[in-house]
Design a binder for this molecule. Structure first.
Ligand code: BT5
Length: 333
């Protein structure tokens, strides 16, 4: 589909969703939707199929039409941030936040039900269907630009603590910006900054959490999971968002942020490969307060890495243990 056609299709899908949502779970007939949008009932059906493929749960009945099932409206208490902007569908909440950042107060939060062009680092895509938590926080900390990584630290610790406290999930941080549960990615964080040499104009910390989503929508090679897949039930996204924002605010003011971040690391003491400025393999030895990873290369030399993509490698020892337990299971079976 060409860009223009895709935009048009997105607009129509957006109008259908708004109309279904306005009906608060009641049926809306195909004829009514078709008349409102100036299209045939067959064309409406095509857009409904598209919305279902995006993850919207829409029930269809030849007699009654269509109705939207969940997700639940987000309930977030007032006062949790300076301004809360909730959007149905947007390209990227980080991009939206960037456009309003200069005139916005610190702790303005943008949340979208769906992102059509969600972003990861280095221009990668972030898959953002309905049911997830896609939010960006505008922050204006009075710290030098070199300390902006604290925002990523605070977000990742806040997400880990919330997943642990609310759902007893064993959440850990994979350096530098992922939260994993059972070794699979459940959350990604993207912090972008605008700064002069010595002052920060603003920081935008984008947090994407795979909340109430089917894990089968995520390609196997992403090694990803979702909260509802781990718990076998849906959660209240409003409750989770509230907890994450509260935790993050407290952490940014606390003197213990770095220690907490290092404690939750899943990367330390693992053999890793880091790609970015170069390609280095070795043992992840420690983390530093500015977010750097200290890695001991196989030739014994220590290197300090500030950013990159990290792959957790399985150690020879771990492989041996896995093999032994496979053999044991085999014998028992
Ligand atoms: C990240 O990038 O992990 C940062 C993701 C930040 C997303 C939030 S959502 C709200 C805000 N608005 C935005 O537009 N972005 C932020 P990175 O480390 O580069 O990981 C990207 C890679 O993760 C992709 O190349 C895929 O392999 C994989 N991926 C994409 N979508 C995923 C998902 N929903 N869950 C798990 N993995 C995913």
């Amino acid at each position: 589909m060409r860009m223009k056609e895709r935009r048009r299709a997105e607009e129509i899908s957006g109008s259908i969703i708004r109309r279904l949502r306005a009906a608060s779970g009641d049926w809306v007939s195909g004829r009514e939707l078709g008349d409102a949008l100036g299209m045939s009932r067959a064309a409406v059906w095509k857009h409904i199929m598209h919305l279902r493929a995006m993850g919207y749960r829409i029930e269809a009945s030849t007699r009654l039409g269509y109705r939207l099932l969940g997700p639940e409206p987000l309930q977030i208490p007032e006062g949790i941030c300076s301004r809360l902007i909730m959007l149905e569908s947007i390209g990227s909440t980080n991009e939206f936040a960037r456009q309003i950042a200069s005139e916005s107060q610190s702790w303005t939060v943008v949340i979208a039900e769906v992102q059509t062009a969600g972003r990861g680092r280095l221009g990668r895509e972030w898959f953002s269907p309905p049911g997830g938590i896609w939010m960006s926080i505008i922050l204006k900390p009075r710290v030098p630009p070199s300390e902006a990584f604290r925002c990523t630290m605070a977000a990742s610790v806040a997400v880990c603590r919330s997943l642990r406290d609310l759902y007893a999930l064993d959440a850990r941080i994979k350096w530098p910006n992922d939260v994993l549960v059972n070794g699979r990615k459940i959350c990604g964080i993207l912090t972008e900054i605008s700064a002069e040499l010595d002052v920060i104009n603003y920081v935008i910390t984008g947090i994407g959490i795979n909340a109430n989503m089917s894990a089968s929508a995520l390609p196997e090679e992403w090694n990803a999971t979702t909260i509802s897949a781990e718990l076998k039930r849906e959660i209240s996204r409003g409750e989770l968002i509230t907890r994450v924002l509260e935790e993050m605010r407290a952490l940014l003011e606390s003197g213990e942020l770095y220690q907490e971040w290092a404690k939750l690391s899943d990367t330390i003491n693992r053999r890793v490969r880091v790609q970015g400025f170069g390609d280095v393999t070795g043992l992840a030895e420690s983390l530093e307060p500015d977010g750097a990873l200290i890695l001991r290369r196989d030739d014994g030399e220590r290197v300090r890495i500030l950013a990159g993509d990290c792959i957790h490698l399985r150690s020879a020892e771990q492989r041996r243990l896995d093999q032994r337990s496979n053999i044991c299971t085999g014998l028992r079976g």
